[in-house]
Write a protein that binds this ligand. Structure first.
Ligand SMILES: Nc1ncnc2c1ncn2[C@@H]1O[C@H](COP(=O)(O)OP(=O)(O)O)[C@@H](O)[C@H]1O
Ligand SMILES: [Mg+2]
Length: 207
């Protein structure tokens, strides 16, 4: 079946404001009566949530980088087949908090597995389900870490040090530079309301 909806993904390092902007986007779609499905990675399916706890559990210090990359991909295809594709086929908007760019940035650049390996695992995992548009919240990791400092207990990935998060950030910058049509870079250091104006402009332009 042909997908007729729009697939929007939200990307950026930890603390860049993804969850905050997604909540504002939910309200906005409600206001304008647009039906949208909101999901997050890893997770948002019964099996995916089980894989999520495996990935993020701070006790899993023995997990290899390769295992981590494959678990993310497994989690992703479950979400694609169970939720994303069926929703797009019904003509709905799907908003996903993190997607394949996260794997390239975190496992490809951050863990150092390389972009090619991650793309190849994911070309099997997601088939051809690529986002129509990706909002990249551009914020240097040291600023994101400060924002998250007094928040909940950090998970296994968030606990990684600044040098890991800087590699992830560089990965995002490289992806944004080479996918200018799909990836819209937003200055996430601005106040929440101003960031949302940029989000809204991009979303309104694609409808
Ligand atoms: N534009 C902003 N300026 C300052 N603080 C922000 C901004 N956006 C979000 N925050 C705060 O930063 C923290 C992390 O935001 P969050 O939306 O959870 O980021 P993410 O989902 O990308 O990890 C939260 O405490 C949030 O209130
Ligand atoms: Mg979040």
């Amino acid at each position: 079946m042909k997908k007729t909806g729009k697939f929007i993904t939200i990307e950026g390092t930890d603390g860049s404001g993804k969850s905050t902007q997604i909540e504002l986007l939910k309200d906005y779609f409600n206001e304008i009566n647009k039906e949208a499905v909101f999901v997050r990675e890893p997770g948002s399916t019964e099996i995916g949530e089980k894989i999520r706890s495996l990935i993020l559990d701070t006790k899993n210090t023995a997990m290899t980088d390769e295992t981590e990359a494959l678990l993310y991909a497994a989690c992703r295809i479950q979400l694609v087949k169970e939720v994303i594709l069926p929703s797009l086929e019904e003509g709905k908007i799907v908003v996903c908090d993190r997607y394949v760019d996260s794997s390239i940035a975190y496992q490809g650049f951050g863990r150092g597995l390389g972009q090619e390996k991650i793309e190849s695992i994911n070309s099997f995992a997601i088939e051809k389900c690529m986002p129509d548009i990706t909002l990249f919240f551009n914020l240097p990791p040291e600023k994101g870490i400060l924002r998250k400092n007094n928040q909940k207990k950090l998970d296994r990935i968030e606990l990684e040090g600044l040098s890991f998060h800087n590699k992830v950030y560089n990965g995002y910058l490289s992806l944004a530079a080479s996918n200018k049509d799909r990836i819209k870079s937003i200055d996430a250091s601005l106040p929440v309301e101003q960031v949302f104006l940029d989000v809204k402009n991009i979303i309104d332009a694609m409808r």
